[in-house]
Design a protein around this ligand. Structure first.
Ligand code: ZN
Ligand code: ZN
Length: 60
């Protein structure tokens, strides 16, 4: 038996099971199921580029 297939989530940095994750809507890199449940559909790199991220409000 090999170890379970794990990948680093590109949104939160946690190591999660690849089989339970989802692809980033922007670049299709790995996003873990925890982030997906929180509504995160883009990796950190795509969020930095402004994809899927809320526009910065005047309060921030
Ligand atoms: Zn994550
Ligand atoms: Zn991405």
């Amino acid at each position: 038996m090999t170890e379970v297939d794990k990948m680093i989530c590109r949104a939160c940095g946690n190591e999660e099971r690849a089989s339970e994750g989802y692809p980033c809507d922007g670049c299709e890199t790995f996003i873990c199921v925890v982030c997906n449940l929180r509504g995160v559909t883009h990796c950190k790199a795509c969020q930095d580029k402004g994809e899927g991220a809320a526009p910065p409000g005047p309060g921030t």
